[in-house]
Design a protein around this ligand. Structure first.
Ligand code: AVI
Length: 333
């Protein structure tokens, strides 16, 4: 295990494959979670950033969402990777430096690793334990693979270590996470990915598509109520982060497709007039008032390509699942 920057504490490894694993921890952004929460709750309408969904319960509820019958996104994307693995590999060749912002447990990249045979894999993930565990597993399972793990919040920009190996880069951004960015932020992030791609680089990105509203509404209003738990859990997380006293029983999950903005909106609706303490402040909510927690934009292929073109990309190929609900797009930098 080689450290490119000195981490705060040594990270124990069990040895196997460690010479092919390096780790960098980038300084955390100074934006303070409590001020962000207070600003969102002071705005009109009230809002909370979707990043606060993901405490450990939120992450495991999201894992459960991905296997729900109504939530087609993960299944459709996996089908595309499986079905078009050889086409994707033929378009990209082997030996690329494969960079994945928000890599989580690196499950999706595994579907393509053997076919792409990257020169190195560079996962960027905000949760250090996730990126280390995933990277350790990968170097054990793929004896030919070199991993340069980075613990960083990629939304603040991707300053990659100069020590990364040279080579054509491939940015991998699956899951339609781009749909959770507001349009201006999506453009900014695409420009950042374009910069990181460099000369001869490419982007392979999963983008959920606009479709029948009933399909979309069902995907975010599942019959088991897991998405409702995921949405309401943001308040439990905020209670811990900001010393607040939200009673989650007093809020109801709402998710609906907004055709004008072409997005699923998630909100939490207050069931009564209530006063919630957030640290030293008080937040008043009227019965029926909503806290906006997430947008999930649904693009057309052409619409997304227009945004990507403005960021400097040239669309090369698009693969779809059988129903034509989800796309995996290959764009050259
Ligand atoms: C992570 N992201 C792509 C999910 C989505 O579909 O927008 C988050 C999610 N929200 C509710 N269900 C899933």
């Amino acid at each position: 295990m080689a450290y490119m920057n000195a981490p705060a504490a040594p990270i124990p490894l069990d040895g196997e494959g460690e010479s092919r694993l390096s780790f960098v921890r980038q300084p955390r952004s100074s934006v303070n979670a409590v001020s962000e929460i207070l600003a969102g709750l002071a705005s009109q309408p009230k809002s909370l950033s979707p990043k606060f969904f993901y405490d450990s319960l939120g992450a495991s509820l999201f894992d459960r969402i991905t296997v729900l019958p109504e939530y087609y996104l993960t299944r459709s994307e996996r089908d595309i990777f499986k079905r078009y693995e050889s086409h994707i590999a033929a378009a990209l060749g082997t030996g690329r430096i494969l960079i994945e912002p928000g890599s989580g447990s690196s499950e999706k990249v595994e579907l393509l690793l053997n076919a792409l045979r990257p020169g190195a894999y560079v996962p960027l993930e905000i949760t250090e334990s996730h990126v280390l565990e995933a990277s350790r597993n990968l170097v054990k399972r793929y004896p030919w693979l070199t991993v340069h793990a980075i613990c960083a919040d990629y939304t603040g920009g991707m300053d990659l270590p100069a020590s990364l190996p040279p080579g054509q880069r491939l940015l991998f951004f699956p899951g339609s996470t781009i749909g959770n960015f507001e349009p201006a932020d999506a453009s900014r992030f695409l420009r950042e990915m374009h910069r990181v791609c460099g000369d001869g680089g490419s982007l392979l990105i999963g983008v959920d598509l606009r479709k029948d509203e009933a399909v979309l509404n069902a995907a975010y209003n599942d019959s088991e109520g897991i998405t409702a738990r995921f949405n309401r859990n943001i308040l439990t997380h905020v209670n811990r982060l900001a010393d607040a006293d939200f009673d989650i029983e007093q809020f109801q999950h709402m998710a609906f497709f907004n055709p004008i903005e072409s997005r699923i909106e998630m909100h939490l609706e207050s069931l009564k007039d209530q006063c919630v303490r957030v640290g030293a402040r008080e937040v008043q909510l009227e019965a029926g008032e909503r806290i906006h927690t997430e947008n999930s934009y649904k693009y057309t292929v052409e619409g997304f390509q227009d945004v990507a073109r403005l960021a400097g990309f040239t669309p090369r190929e698009t693969w779809y699942d059988e129903a034509g609900w989800f796309s995996v797009q290959l764009l050259d930098a």
